[in-house]
Write a protein that binds this ligand. Structure first.
Ligand code: CTP
Ligand code: MG
Length: 230
């Protein structure tokens, strides 16, 4: 059984709008609908778990009523950090032998190819991440803004989602973090790595698989759609 867990419980503070970014329309369709459809329309995804912001349940139910998706399995309210929202989603999976693809609702352009590549990689790996090369050099600074390191760019990647796991492995990672009182890790693979639970295989993402974060990303999103329709 392949689950998509879509994390849509954030507030979207950095976009600075009066509604969280997952509800913003890009050419007549919201970011959330586009993210759901990527998985709804993929033949290898069986069920979708939605983790939503409790302040916007009515809006989500309106969106769901309008679209009549067939794979929505559970609608849960998230927590105060992404990690907690992910924990809530992961724990809602009952099957023992499930695979889960945990996706940011704020990435509306995840492609069928990325989902395919993730599922294929999950046949051989218990943890899979999606990432792309970095065009900028990345530096590490200390607390005084002094450069500590300039890591070799060839080895650096920018992480996207979905991040994909054997359900038992990611459940264990979240349980261990909970026990340790850690609740603010921004990426599920970070938990796997922290507790050394599995190698994490990396599949190639896409420059189109952006995370809507700042207002400019909504403009970029329109351009991505325009390019796709050409
Ligand atoms: N997310 C979530 N629960 C949270 C925080 C984030 O489900 N408590 C989700 C967001 O809805 C988003 C994804 O995790 O789809 C990535 O998080 P981010 O880009 O940081 O979104 P927000 O937290 O909404 O934005 P900001 O940090 O600017 O407030
Ligand atoms: Mg956030």
């Amino acid at each position: 059984m392949n689950y998509a867990i879509i994390l849509a419980s954030g507030a979207g503070e950095r976009t600075g709008l009066n509604v969280p970014k997952q509800f913003v329309l890009i050419e007549n369709k919201s970011v959330l609908e586009r993210s759901i459809e990527a998985f709804e329309n993929h033949s290898c995804i069986d069920k979708i778990i939605l983790v939503i912001n409790p302040l916007f349940t009515d809006l989500v139910h309106e969106i769901l009523a309008k679209n009549k998706y067939s794979k929505i399995n559970k609608i849960l309210t998230g927590g105060k950090t992404r990690q907690i929202s992910s924990y809530i989603g992961v724990n809602a999976v009952e099957e023992q032998d499930a695979k889960v693809l945990i996706h940011d609702a704020a990435r509306p352009f995840v492609s069928a190819k990325i989902i395919n590549d993730c599922l294929k990689a999950l046949d051989k790996n218990n943890a899979v991440n999606v990432a792309i090369e970095t065009s900028d050099t990345i530096i590490e600074v200390n607390e005084n803004n002094i450069i500590k390191k300039v890591p070799d760019r060839k080895r650096l990647r920018r992480c996207q989602t979905p991040q994909c796991f054997d359900i038992n492995v990611i459940k264990k990672a979240h349980e261990l973090a909970k026990k340790d009182g850690i609740d603010n890790i921004t990426d599920d693979c970070g938990l796997i790595l922290k507790y050394n639970l599995s190698d994490i295989y990396v599949v190639e993402g896409s420059v189109d698989n952006i995370k809507i974060t700042y207002p400019i990303d909504l403009e970029i999103a329109k351009l991505i759609l325009k390019k796709e329709s050409n």
